[in-house]
Design a protein around this ligand. Structure first.
Ligand SMILES: *[C@@H]1O[C@H](CO)[C@@H](O)[C@H](O)[C@H]1NC(C)=O
Ligand SMILES: *[C@@H]1O[C@H](CO)[C@@H](O)[C@H](O)[C@H]1NC(C)=O
Ligand SMILES: *[C@@H]1O[C@H](CO)[C@@H](O)[C@H](O)[C@H]1NC(C)=O
Length: 614
């Protein structure tokens, strides 16, 4: 019989280097990490705060963060709630806003599911003025809007129209009519063309954002993110496409045609794919969520988007990053046009009328004061050519994160820009359909074209597996807020103490929020200058960071016995996802130990399981 001696070394990479000089085999296995920071423990700790929902409500899906007031407003089934950002369990307020009994009855008679559909699901929560929010709900298939006063207590006031609201509505809101509309203004409501699948084809709206185009507010554009069925002929089978749509803020519709309809609406496909075997790309088409990371230049935020696959054979999720420059280039490129014997989609090569559809009317630039002044040929062209021919490809042409062989999918994303000793890092918090949150940092390996993603933590944030459907991040509170069908949770952005007390452990964690301050792993503040502070996000190399030998701290030693000519799984759960594990092989009666292999934990590694045949 043979004894296999294996060691699970937690975080102490240099210990290993002292022990022997052997070939370090960095072999990330292709699955995810689950062992991380003891997911079940998280719920019991003081770090996570949960609100387990009202007995008569659910669907805590619409969030509005108000850092100034220190409140989180949440739209749910028949209720608007307001939570204290410091602690969501501190002084929760609520107003109930169910549909009237007659609406509920109508809904029931129309054959709808009373429990699931005949309620007022709050879908829109917008800041309106210093004292009021503008709130809309489904109202059991009769959308209702109101002003909600946010003072010491919440109050509902019937709405009258002022200000502007851009919204995309889907079947769950208005029945079969899909529209992107603007209402609440001094002007007549404007919407998309009705019953025209070229404009919208069974869309699901994700989000809407105002992004300035220049320093002139006349050029301001509204960008919409949604997914919809591919237009007939675009794809052989029924497929979903992720889309970005654009509109001018100062679009008031056409004069003779497209009256009270958008005249500047254009859409383009968002691609997020990876090259597959046999040359066919694997597409992540089901756009789930979008986060805009603002930069110093408000015209050019970075767009983070979460996708899943629509395939029922292949389950996967991805995060892709887009630049506004690429998006604008596509909207200035060729329009999609149907032509030829097979009536296929081709780039439009004819003369595009002036001003080019999609351009905002601007006195200074093109001399048109309003979309109502646009020539007829512009309106006619705009009506029949809402789609661009070229798609928008992600930065570096590929996703920054892909997760495939796992039993969950991504649902939500928020990103925090963190100042670390060696630069700025974007830390992503990704929610899943299993009630977990992944904290991931993307680190340039040399250039921006070569990013390494590092999974810092994976936490369970709801008591039962449930999809995370809303996420907001407060930089002021350094907290993350999460919504689901069953409730609301709150967790800190960082918990540096979990990385332990050693300098090397802190550095190997590669968490940009944390640095070793001479005695412990603590929150890193760029302003506080400390000689002893250590952090190395880029390399996570304790050899360059540690000036004291920590000995064999964190070393876990396990022994396993094996039988000749059989195979054994060598496995252990390290304290950190950045841990290093290695095994030594020792024959019975021999002193000599032989290194089998060692595995550096990477974001792709689940358990460093190595099977050896003795
Ligand atoms: C739901 O319950 C809360 C108290 O738990 C109550 O304040 C609220 O009015 C109820 N809502 C409805 C619609 O009955
Ligand atoms: C905010 O709007 C509401 C609804 O129109 C109005 O009653 C209220 O006076 C406004 N508050 C301020 C401070 O303008
Ligand atoms: C193990 O396999 C080797 C080579 O196949 C063979 O020579 C040896 O007898 C086997 N040992 C046992 C205990 O079966």
């Amino acid at each position: 019989d043979i004894e296999i001696h294996y060691k699970c070394v937690s975080l102490s990479i240099w210990v290993l280097m002292f022990l022997s000089a052997f070939e370090v085999c960095r072999r990330p296995t292709k699955s995810n990490i689950l062992c991380s920071l003891f997911p079940t423990e998280m719920l019991e700790s003081n770090n996570l705060l949960t609100f387990n929902g009202l007995a008569n409500s659910s669907a805590y899906h619409s969030f509005l963060l108000d850092e100034e007031r220190g409140r989180l407003f949440v739209g749910a089934k028949d209720h608007v709630l307001s939570f204290n950002l410091v602690d969501i369990n501190l002084d929760m307020q609520l107003i109930s806003w169910p549909p009237s009994p007659s609406r509920r009855d109508e809904c029931k008679w129309a054959g709808k599911d009373v429990q699931k559909e005949c309620s007022n699901f709050i879908k829109v929560l917008q800041p309106f003025n210093q004292t009021h929010l503008y709130v809309c709900g489904t109202g059991a298939f009769h959308p209702v809007c109101a002003y909600v006063e946010v003072g010491k207590r919440l109050e509902v006031h019937p709405s009258h129209i002022n200000g502007e609201l851009y919204a995309g509505t889907s079947a769950d809101f208005m029945g079969r009519d899909f529209a992107i509309f603007r209402t609440l203004g001094k002007h007549h409501p404007i919407r998309t063309e009705q019953h025209d699948s070229r404009w919208l084809n069974d869309p699901r709206f994700i989000s809407v954002h105002l992004i300035p185009e220049s320093d002139n507010p006349e050029d301001d554009k509204i960008y919409l993110f949604f997914r919809e069925n591919a237009i007939d002929g675009e794809q052989i089978s029924k497929a979903t496409h992720a889309r970005i749509g654009q509109l001018c803020k100062n679009d008031f519709g056409g004069h003779r045609s497209l009256v009270n309809k958008w005249t500047t609406f254009l859409k383009a496909r968002l691609i997020c794919s990876v090259p597959g075997l046999n040359g066919i790309d694997t597409h992540f088409d089901e756009l789930q969520d979008v986060f805009l990371m603002s930069s110093k230049d408000p015209k050019n935020p970075i767009i983070y988007a979460v996708f899943t696959t629509s395939s029922n054979i292949f389950k996967g999720s991805a995060v892709c990053m887009y630049s506004m420059a690429d998006i604008r280039r596509v909207f200035l490129g060729p329009f999609a046009h149907r032509d030829g014997p097979n009536y296929q989609w081709v780039p439009f090569l004819g003369r595009v009328p002036y001003p080019r559809p999609g351009t905002c009317p601007s006195k200074t630039f093109d001399g048109f004061e309003s979309t109502k002044d646009f020539p007829d040929d512009v309106i006619t062209f705009a009506r029949s050519h809402p789609a661009m021919y070229n798609p928008v490809f992600p930065i570096n042409n590929r996703p920054i994160i892909i997760k495939t062989d796992v039993d969950y999918q991504f649902t939500q994303i928020v990103v925090d820009r963190v100042e670390a000793e060696d630069g700025q890092y974007d830390v992503m918090f990704i929610g899943t359909d299993m009630g977990t949150v992944l904290k991931v940092v993307s680190i340039p390996r040399g250039t921006w074209h070569d990013l390494e993603e590092v999974l810092l933590e994976e936490m369970t944030v709801f008591r039962e597996p449930t999809a995370i459907t809303a996420m907001e991040l407060s930089t002021k509170q350094q907290q993350l807020y999460l919504g689901s069908t069953i409730g609301v949770s709150q967790m800190p952005l960082h918990r540096c103490d979990v990385y332990g007390k050693a300098c090397a452990e802190c550095c190997l964690a590669r968490d940009p929020y944390c640095a070793w301050d001479g005695s412990q792993c603590s929150r890193y503040f760029p302003t506080a200058k400390r000689r002893t502070r250590r952090q190395d996000i880029r390399n996570g190399d304790p050899l360059t960071q540690s000036d004291e030998a920590d000995g064999e701290r964190g070393l876990l030693d396990k022994t396993m016995y094996g039988v000749e000519n059989s195979s054994s799984f060598l496995e252990c759960s390290p304290k950190s996802q950045r841990a290093l594990i290695y095994w030594q092989f020792q024959r019975h009666g021999e002193d000599r130990k032989q290194e089998v292999c060692s595995v550096m934990y990477t974001v792709e590694a689940k358990r460093p399981v190595i099977s050896i045949t003795i």
